[in-house]
Design a binder for this molecule. Structure first.
Ligand code: NAD
Ligand code: IPM
Ligand code: MN
Length: 360
């Protein structure tokens, strides 16, 4: 059986972190005897340069027929003059919608060695283990009408009951496999869509009696996320709030460059990408942190290859490297992006040897 992965490096540091992550994926496949087939396609700014649009048809069709997609990042100052559907970011949104990946899982688990690096007190972040489940194909990002002229601009938020139900089920199910606590974040004191969100999430709670549900308003929750993050288990929220809160969660781990994500739909290929963007100011310098991209590969192995053991091996290799001080500049280290990838590959090989010795 082959495992077919489309790599979409995109723009800026996306190119460098994807190369490191693909190297790790190849190494895992090699040791586990998986017949990995990878192909690279264009998205974002490079796609605009070469094809005239941010999401070429052949990119979307290759992704649709793959088992999984690994994306770096899109966007950069060179394309910032473009607007709406011509932008790099529209390519990413088109890909998410085209793959129907409505549930975006963003796990946040600070490494013990790094808790002193965050902007918060180490005591506040040590032991944090939470997952943001962000609705990814609805809300303000996709709803119409959306238009602008020189004097007026319109965005719209739409959610249907079905859209909320399906992402809520993913979040409840995840919470039931973890500490059994779900926080649904909305702005139900103002937004009609949030009223529907809250009612719908409450109705799905009846299917998951073992999960304790609480509702929170997004403004005060944004404060709780940095004030008492250890009390949070699973968070489910709409597209725009999830975007903002997950970057805020980057503070808890010490760098945005560490956060991975998995975007899943109802069957079909999963989309795996680090939470960060193309970081144009450090692009091409071999100093971007690739751990978020590498940990996205771990999520791919868990969710698309159904091999949690291999996902755990990648996570353990990353933990071992961080323990050993293999750190990029954002974490106060001096290791380059490619060298971090090589260190993770070496740690995987060392871990595989230990496992083989224990097993023999
Ligand atoms: P950004 O995430 O690119 O950068 C925010 C900050 O984090 C910067 O200080 C950057 O240097 C740092 N950072 C990000 N990734 C890092 C890494 N791997 N290692 C070390 N430091 C890292 O956000 P931004 O600057 O607001 O956006 C830049 C561009 O990226 C924009 O065009 C935006 O639309 C795009 N973007 C794309 C994605 C995506 O493709 N998934 C996500 C977010 C932003
Ligand atoms: C993310 C990014 C994207 C988003 C942008 C680039 C469209 O910020 O993946 O978090 O807002 O979803
Ligand atoms: Mn974002």
């Amino acid at each position: 059986m082959t495992f077919a992965v489309v790599a979409l490096p995109g723009d800026g540091v996306g190119v460098e972190v994807t190369a490191a992550a693909v190297a790790v994926l190849r190494a895992v496949a090699g040791t586990a005897g998986i017949d990995l087939v990878t192909e690279e396609r264009l998205i974002g700014g490079r796609a605009i340069e070469e094809t005239g649009g941010p999401l070429p048809d052949d990119t979307l069709s290759a992704c649709r027929t793959a088992d999984a997609v690994l994306l770096g990042a899109v966007g950069g100052p060179r394309w910032d003059h473009l607007s709406g559907g011509q932008r790099c970011e529209a390519g990413l949104l088109g890909l998410r919608a085209g793959l129907g990946v409505f549930a975006n899982l963003r796990p946040v688990r600070p490494h013990p060695r790094l808790v002193g690096l965050t902007a918060l007190r180490p005591g506040a972040v040590a032991g944090v283990d939470l997952v943001v489940v962000r609705e990814l194909t609805g809300g303000a990002y996709f709803a119409r009408p959306k238009r602008r002229d020189a004097l007026r601009a319109v965005d719209t938020i739409v959610y249907t009951r079905d859209e909320v139900e399906r992402v809520a089920r993913v979040a409840f199910s995840l919470a039931s496999q973890r500490r059994g606590r779900l926080t649904s974040v909305d702005k139900a004191n103002v937004l009609a869509t949030s009223e529907l969100w809250r009612e719908t999430v409450s109705s799905i709670a009846l299917e998951f009696p073992a999960v304790t549900l609480e509702h929170a308003l997004v403004d005060s929750f944004a404060m709780r996320l940095v004030q008492r993050p250890r009390d949070i288990d699973v968070v489910v929220t709409e597209n725009l709030f999830g975007d903002i809160l997950s970057d805020e969660a980057g503070v808890l781990v010490g760098s945005l460059g560490l956060l991975p994500s998995a975007s899943l739909g109802a069957g079909g290929p999963g989309l795996y990408e680090p939470v960060h963007g193309s970081a144009p100011e450090i692009a091409g310098m071999d100093c971007a942190n690739p751990y978020g991209a590498i940990l996205s590969v771990a999520l791919m192995l868990r969710h698309s290859l159904q091999r949690p053991d291999l996902g755990a091996a990648v996570e353990a290799a990353v933990d071992a490297c961080i323990d050993d001080g293999v750190l990029t500049a954002d974490l106060g280290g001096t290791t380059g992006t490619a060298a971090v990838g090589e260190a993770v590959v070496a740690a995987l090989a060392a871990g595989a040897r230990v496992t083989a010795e224990v097993g023999s």
